[in-house]
Write a protein that binds this ligand. Sequence first.
Ligand SMILES: Cc1cc2nc3c(=O)[nH]c(=O)nc-3n(C[C@H](O)[C@H](O)[C@H](O)COP(=O)(O)OP(=O)(O)OC[C@H]3O[C@@H](n4cnc5c(N)ncnc54)[C@H](O)[C@@H]3O)c2cc1C
Ligand code: FES
Length: 287
Amino acid sequence: MRLAAAELVDSREILPGQWLQAYHAPELADGSRAGQFVHVRTGDFSGLVLRRPFSLNTADLATGIVTIHFRVIGRGTEWFTRLRPGDAIDLLGPLGRPFEVDPRGRHVLLIAGGLGMAGVRMLADEAIRDGRQVTLLFGASSAREVYPSNLLPDEVEYVVATDDGSLGHHGFVTDLVPDYEGWADQAFACGPTGMLRALAKQAEGRRQRLGVAKLGRKRGAGRTAALGSPAARRKAYLQVSMEQNMGCAVGACLGCVVMSVTGTPQRVCREGPVFASEELAWEGAWT
Ligand SMILES: Cc1cc2nc3c(=O)[nH]c(=O)nc-3n(C[C@H](O)[C@H](O)[C@H](O)COP(=O)(O)OP(=O)(O)OC[C@H]3O[C@@H](n4cnc5c(N)ncnc54)[C@H](O)[C@@H]3O)c2cc1C
Ligand code: FES
């Protein structure tokens, strides 16, 4: 984790109320991984004290550019839209634990709902760079809210669902998942909690639906990876990136916890934001 100086180089409204900003922050571009986030301080004159968390949308080591993609919902995000190229801010990061891709996996399924695109976008770059095939399922309320396909790498298969049927599949993005669960080695999702809960439920029954039997012992099959460890996430079919309101973002205030299946509170900023879906207690009041 570093406090990196960042200079705004580009700021664009890519969808109504949604902005894509590019910052020159070479210290951050080096070593950040998909699923991690930055905590950003608004300017002194804004009168806003708390930093605001944003997923690292992309990070390019060659140019030193990182991007964030955000929706304007309150004073902090509105303040960012008034920044102009050349303005400097500081970014605290990279924070949190990243997505873990099984090195043997060839087929990566990404599932994003709305602003959840920002949570999985960088994983598309990483997976393609590593020679994997990527399908991205994206859900939005209507065509007006659909993430522009020209902002995605050409190699990505992009499939859209809209609630009102104005573009792509008419219905929820979760409706599309069964068509891909036989193809995908792993799935990675970010979006509203209701969407993530539905995906976790779908993932539970996947092995039985696909008829995957547990036959004999594979090498290492007897060993179980510790809950919450990178190794456990790497083995999980579905990993989710959670969002909770945050205070400190460094594990001190306990303002961001969700509950694990073992009843141990998990800080989204430290143990997350990425979790294996089976680690979390989806039916409780804390998730
Ligand atoms: C790990 C993480 C990654 C995130 N990544 C992104 C991202 O890539 N793009 C993006 O647009 N947003 C992201 N968010 C949410 C983003 O941090 C909030 O939208 C932002 O802090 C709101 O700031 P504000 O000052 O504009 O709104 P405020 O005035 O602080 O709040 C306005 C409204 O938004 C709600 N709110 C505030 N903070 C959050 C939050 N963290 N999550 C959900 N609702 C919140 C408040 O309860 C209130 O109703 C992320 C949150 C987390 C925890
Ligand atoms: S935001 Fe303070 S512990 Fe996570």
